[in-house]
Design a protein around this ligand. Structure first.
Ligand code: MRU
Length: 340
């Protein structure tokens, strides 16, 4: 997508530098910074520390990181680098699909060029899946669902390009429509406030940032036509793991008969996972709940504590929404509607 006058992907291969290039998402919206590295450990750490986050972007980063590992350290590819990348984050299955694809590529065609080509093809496939998913989603939303609520960041930063949930919104805007988006701030890491609101504003989409607790109330008042979120893993029984807060949204959606759409590419499906209860849910550090990052009026970055010393936190990063609370899943292959 465009930032200013230039076109960027959240993560990419830099042919010029022979390395992986990514947007440092923790600096946004205050600073737009691109990192380039030829060290696969930097890429693994970027996933772990959430410089790169969002299920499809994590998968593409792992694919590029493993291509880099093959170029820089082929002798340790299988014993060290594959497990290293697989251990970076547990919930988004895209990571594991990408690692499997790179493992197969290393066995079938073990050369630096093919590994880079394989990673590039993986990322390109995600981008075209998002584009097609957006066309399907725009068709659904075009029926009159213009006031869309989204949670977390399922935008281009999370999904290499276009986004998953946002792709339909960008398609509507491209077609001359005027979608409006309620953006949940998404505590504790504020992906909605820091990333989605920034992305949409960059693209000229009308949006309002709201506290997570406001969502159910806006739904109850009839101010939300549709909820569109992404997913980190979809089990065989169509239970959905996504950012913490998605389950609560689905309850409000069901109560007030507002459609709840999940936008996810097929790389987010995990048929080996029987139900949502089998999906590993990441628990993150207390500090994310106990503190906040931001900038002061002089633009100086600050990290401040917001709870008393000695208070302990609970920080599950994802929750599971049962398929019964979902209206439809939209992927690049089309729309799957739950039978009512
Ligand atoms: O912890 P994050 O920021 O990686 O979580 C991201 C989400 O939960 C997104 O909603 C999901 O990955 C879908 S992204 C297209």
């Amino acid at each position: 997508m465009r930032v200013g006058d230039s076109y960027y992907r959240a993560v990419n291969w830099s042919t010029e530098n022979g390395g992986v290039q990514w947007v440092e998402q923790r600096q946004l919206p205050f600073r737009f910074e691109q990192i380039i590295s030829r060290n696969p450990e930097d890429v693994a750490r970027a996933i772990e520390t959430m410089q790169i986050r969002g299920a499809p972007s994590i998968g593409a980063a792992a694919a590029f990181g493993l291509a880099l590992a093959w170029v820089a350290d082929p002798a340790r590819f299988t014993a060290h680098w594959l497990p290293r990348f697989r251990s970076t984050r547990p919930t988004a299955v895209n990571l594991f699909h990408a690692c499997n694809a790179m493992e197969i590529c290393s066995e079938l065609s073990p050369s630096s060029n093919t590994m880079i080509e394989c990673a590039t093809a993986y990322a390109d496939a995600e981008v075209s899946a998002n584009y097609r998913m957006g066309e399907h989603l725009a068709g659904l939303l075009a029926v009159g669902e213009r006031r869309i609520l989204t949670h977390c960041n399922a935008g281009w930063l999370a999904a290499v390009d276009w986004g998953t949930a946002t792709s339909g919104i960008y398609h509507l805007a491209k077609a001359g429509e005027s979608p409006f988006v309620w953006v949940d701030e998404t505590r504790p890491r504020l992906q909605g406030a820091r990333l989605t609101a920034w992305e949409l504003t960059q693209a000229g989409i009308d949006c309002r940032l709201q506290p997570d607790g406001a969502a159910a109330w806006m739904i109850a008042q009839g101010k939300v036509d549709a909820i569109v979120v992404g997913a980190d893993r979809i089990a065989a029984n169509v239970d959905i793991a996504n950012k913490i807060g998605t389950y609560a949204l689905s309850l409000a959606a069901k109560e007030h008969a507002v459609p709840m759409y999940i936008a996810a590419p097929t790389s987010t499906f995990d048929t080996a996972c029987h139900s949502g209860l089998d999906i590993p849910i990441e628990n993150r550090h207390d500090d994310e709940v106990m503190s906040m990052d931001g900038v002061d009026s002089a633009g100086q970055t600050m990290h401040i504590r917001i709870a008393a010393d000695g208070v302990r936190a609970n920080n599950p990063a994802f929750d599971m929404t049962p398929y019964g609370n979902i209206t439809a899943i939209v992927s690049e292959q089309g729309i799957w509607r739950r039978e009512q």
